[in-house]
Design a protein around this ligand. Structure first.
Ligand code: PBG
Ligand code: ZN
Length: 321
C-alpha cells in the first residue's frame, strides 16, 4: 500500500511538499477610472469594486502600493463616446490623464493599459462598425493610435483586448515607429465570448447596443483554436499572452503554458461576482474559495493573475507570514 497520508500529517509537512504557491508578485489589480470629479461609484454587481475619478484615486492606489501588488490594469470610462472612439486616442482622454497621474505619483507601480474601443464607442463594440458589421482592418489604425497615445502617457505595458486579427503586429509597428521599442505587449490572445463579462460591462459602461461579440471573440468550445490564436500573437510580437476568462478555461491555460512565454490569466468580473454573492449569503468561506481558485489558476500554468480579488489575496498572504 502506498501511504500518501504520511506527507499530509501536519501543516509543516504539507508546506514542505506543496507544489504550487501563490505570491503577491503574481497579481494585477484592475481599476476603473471615470471622467469627472468626486466620484466613487460602487459597481452593484461587483461588491467592493468602484469607479473612481482621478481626484479620488489615491485611496485605492495607496492600498495597492502598501500591498506590494506589482501593477494595475487601467480601464477608462469617458464621458464622450462616438462612432470612431475618439476619446480612446485623445491626448487628454480620461485614460491618458489617469495614466499620467498614476505614473507621476506612484512611479514604481506598473501601469498596464487595456487597449480596446468598446468603452469609447457610442455603439459599445470593440471595433469600427459599418452596416452592423464590426470591421477588422479599419479598426487596426485606431488601436495603433490608441496604443501610441497610452504609451506616450506613460503606460508600461500595452494590453490589446479587442480580438481583431493582426492587431499585435499593427500595434508593435506603431509603437516602434514612435520610439516605444521597449514597451511590451500583453496580448489578450485567447479571449472567449463569455457571459462571465457582464458585471464588467456595467462597471465599464461597455455593453454593445446591438448584437454580441461572437464574431470577434472566441467560441467557448474551441481549445485548439485558442492555441492558434496564442501562437499567432507570439509570431506577431506579443511579449506576454493571456487566457480569459480563467476558471472555466483551466484546460486552455494548461495547454497555453507550453509556449513558455509569460502567461496571464484573467479571473474576470463574473467569476468574482459569483464568489462575492455566495460569500455574502454565508454559503461559502470567501477566503478559502478565493485562495483555492488562485492556486487552481496557477497550478494550471498561469504566471500572472489579473483579479479583482488581488487586494484581498495580498492581505491574506501577508497574514500568513
Ligand atoms: C474590453 C474588455 C472586457 C473585459 C476586459 N476588457 C469586456 C468585454 O470584452 O466585453 C472583461 C473583463 C471582466 O469581465 O472582468 N474589451
Ligand atoms: Zn472591447
Amino acid at each position: 500500500m502506498n501511504r500518501f497520508r504520511r506527507l499530509r500529517v501536519n501543516s509543516q509537512m504539507r508546506r514542505l511538499v506543496r507544489e504550487t504557491h501563490i505570491s503577491t508578485d503574481d497579481l494585477i489589480y484592475p481599476i476603473f477610472v471615470a471622467e469627472g470629479e468626486n466620484i466613487k461609484n460602487p459597481v452593484p454587481s461587483m461588491p467592493g469594486i468602484y469607479q473612481y475619478s482621478i481626484d479620488m484615486l489615491d485611496e485605492i492606489l495607496c492600498e495597492i502600493k502598501k500591498s506590494k501588488i506589482p501593477g494595475v490594469l487601467i480601464f477608462g470610462i469617458p464621458k464622450h463616446k462616438d462612432e470612431l472612439a475618439s476619446s480612446a486616442y485623445d491626448e487628454n482622454g480620461i485614460t491618458q490623464q489617469a495614466i499620467r497621474y498614476i505614473k507621476k505619483k506612484y512611479p514604481e507601480l506598473l501601469v498596464i493599459a487595456d487597449v480596446c474601443l468598446c468603452e469609447y464607442t457610442s455603439h459599445g463594440h470593440c471595433g469600427v462598425v459599418r452596416n452592423d458589421k464590426i470591421l477588422n482592418d479599419e479598426t487596426l489604425p485606431l488601436l495603433s493610435k490608441m496604443s501610441v497615445s497610452l504609451a506616450k502617457s506613460g503606460a508600461d505595458i500595452i494590453a490589446p483586448s479587442d480580438m481583431m486579427d493582426g492587431r499585435v503586429a499593427a500595434i508593435r509597428q506603431a509603437l516602434d515607429e514612435n520610439g516605444f521599442i521597449d514597451v511590451p505587449i500583453m496580448a489578450y490572445s485567447a479571449k472567449f465570448a463569455s457571459a462571465y463579462y457582464s458585471p464588467f460591462r456595467d462597471a465599464a459602461d461597455s455593453t454593445p447596443c446591438f448584437g454580441d461579440r461572437k464574431t470577434y471573440q472566441m467560441d467557448c468550445a474551441n481549445g485548439k483554436e485558442a492555441l492558434r490564436e496564442i501562437a499567432d500573437d507570439i509570431s506577431e510580437g506579443a511579449d506576454m499572452v493571456m487566457v480569459k476568462p480563467a476558471l472555466a478555461y483551466l484546460d486552455v491555460i494548461k495547454e497555453a503554458s507550453r509556449y513558455e512565454f509569460p502567461l496571464a490569466a484573467y479571473n474576470v468580473s463574473g467569476e468574482y461576482s459569483m464568489v462575492k454573492a455566495a460569500a455574502q449569503n454565508g454559503w461559502i468561506d470567501e477566503k478559502r474559495i478565493v485562495m483555492e481558485n488562485m492556486i487552481a489558476i496557477k497550478r494550471a500554468g498561469a504566471d500572472i493573475i489579473i483579479t479583482y480579488h488581488a487586494l484581498d489575496v495580498a492581505q491574506w498572504l501577508e497574514e500568513e507570514l
